[in-house]
Design a protein around this ligand. Structure first.
Ligand SMILES: Cc1cc2nc3c(=O)[nH]c(=O)nc-3n(C[C@H](O)[C@H](O)[C@H](O)COP(=O)(O)OP(=O)(O)OC[C@H]3O[C@@H](n4cnc5c(N)ncnc54)[C@H](O)[C@@H]3O)c2cc1C
Length: 379
């Protein structure tokens, strides 16, 4: 693939490219990756803001919506849309949950004025406490104590979805750990039935490393037919495997234990969605070459109903290639207060959520870009 100054890499200055090159190089091997994580944590602890700010600029859209606008415009030059992701999670107090709602409503406003923002994202743990979702999941006798908080949480989702419907902006609910996911699915399904009748407003995320993901997609297909709605579905492999392995008594019962099984399941569900495409508005979120080829080789791949997505700053070569092949592509664009977003980034890297292959390929293309810049500047 031809990487030149018009490509996505042109948003980086040479020093930024070098930092990104070194970071991806560190992330291609387990030992160096551990060292990189250690360094990043030390940088956070010691407030070494210069390095962390450069990294933030590479993997984050900015601290505020105003910053993010520049990143959106830049991606749009390469025909790539942006999905805004307010990167704050695991909050604990009602004030910050209400604040997250305000940020999401602002993001919906921004999306309604900018065709380059096809979706807005909700992170369930930014809207309510993990304890609350867990209490709902286990239906503890003491759940009555949580009821007022639960009602407030449902109210937050309601506020977001009704505003999104008013503005015609689809909202995507991220998937998180297994101990909160079932109540999130429950909320998503109830709201899909309510809001997805004219346009697909609510989009649920399906994690294919979960053994029950195939039965969930079949259930969603039945719900679509029964209620005459189109189900918004973001398909991912799943980002919390390490944590799940650590904190579940029998993780093998809930999750696949090899990448091969997760890969097979992802690709089987891609087929299922295409076979039932009238019931789904799919958003395939992946950097995996086999899954991407599977989507791109499908005759419907360039339909306006289908999206392919990668993370901002990750797999840029994939996004460019998919655009060239006629797909609708977007980048997940995290933003938020610097002090909260950088630890979020480090945690994502630590969880091994992105495969070393993706970082190896990123590193290869970065090397090419750096070389060609140096050659150009020496002429
Ligand atoms: C736009 C976008 C949005 C995302 N949103 C979410 C979200 O809401 N929730 C979420 O959980 N994740 C989300 N992710 C992350 C996603 O789940 C993956 O962790 C990440 O994309 C890497 O998977 P991949 O499909 O790109 O392919 P690869 O990098 O090829 O696959 C790596 C993935 O394979 C799986 N895997 C690896 N080893 C094993 C093993 N031993 N056993 C079983 N499975 C294994 C894991 O899921 C791992 O993340 C998102 C990713 C993108 C691109």
């Amino acid at each position: 693939m031809d990487i030149n100054e018009h490509s996505l890499y042109s948003r980086y200055t040479l020093p930024m490219l070098l930092v990104k090159y070194i970071v991806t190089l560190f992330l291609t091997r387990s030992f160096t990756k551990r060292s990189a994580i250690w360094l990043m944590k030390a940088a956070i602890k010691n407030n070494i803001n210069n390095i962390t700010r450069i990294l933030n600029g590479i993997y984050f859209g900015g601290e505020t919506l105003a910053d993010v606008k520049k990143s959106i415009e830049f991606l749009a030059h390469s025909n790539i849309s942006s999905v805004l992701d307010y990167a704050v999670e695991d909050e604990q107090c009602e004030i910050s949950f209400d604040h997250a709602v305000t940020s999401i409503l602002r993001a919906i406003d921004l999306a309604s004025q900018d065709i380059n923002i096809p979706y807005v994202v909700i992170k369930p743990s930014a809207l309510g406490s993990v304890d609350l979702y867990q209490a709902r999941l286990t239906s503890q006798p003491s759940f009555e104590f949580y009821l007022p908080l639960w009602e407030r949480l449902l109210g937050r989702y309601e506020t977001i979805f009704s505003y999104a419907q008013e503005k015609s902006i689809p909202v995507m609910i991220d998937a998180e750990q297994s101990w909160i996911q079932p109540p999130v699915n429950e909320i998503a399904i109830e709201n899909m039935i309510k809001y997805n009748n004219k346009q697909t407003i609510v989009t649920l995320t399906l994690q294919c490393y979960r053994r029950d993901s195939y039965s969930l997609i079949s259930l969603l297909n039945n719900i679509a037919m029964k209620h005459g709605i189109v189900i918004g579905i973001k398909l991912v492999r799943g980002a919390y495997l390490e944590e799940e392995m650590k904190f579940n008594a029998h993780p093998e019962k809930l999750f696949f234990t090899t990448q091969l099984e997760t890969d097979r399941n992802y690709n089987t569900i891609v087929d299922f969605i295409f076979d039932n495409i009238s019931n789904f508005a799919p958003f395939f979120a992946t950097h995996n070459q086999v899954s991407i080829s599977k989507v791109l080789n499908h005759p419907l791949s360039s339909s306006k109903k289908i999206w392919l997505a990668q993370l901002y700053g990750v797999g840029d070569y994939i996004s460019i290639d998919a655009v060239k092949r006629g797909a609708q592509v977007c980048k997940y664009l995290p933003y938020g207060p610097f002090k909260k977003s950088f630890p979020y980034l480090v945690r994502r890297i630590e969880e091994n959520a992105i495969s070393q292959d993706t970082f190896c390929n990123d590193n290869l293309f970065l090397k090419k870009e750096i070389k060609s810049r140096l050659i150009r500047s020496s002429k």
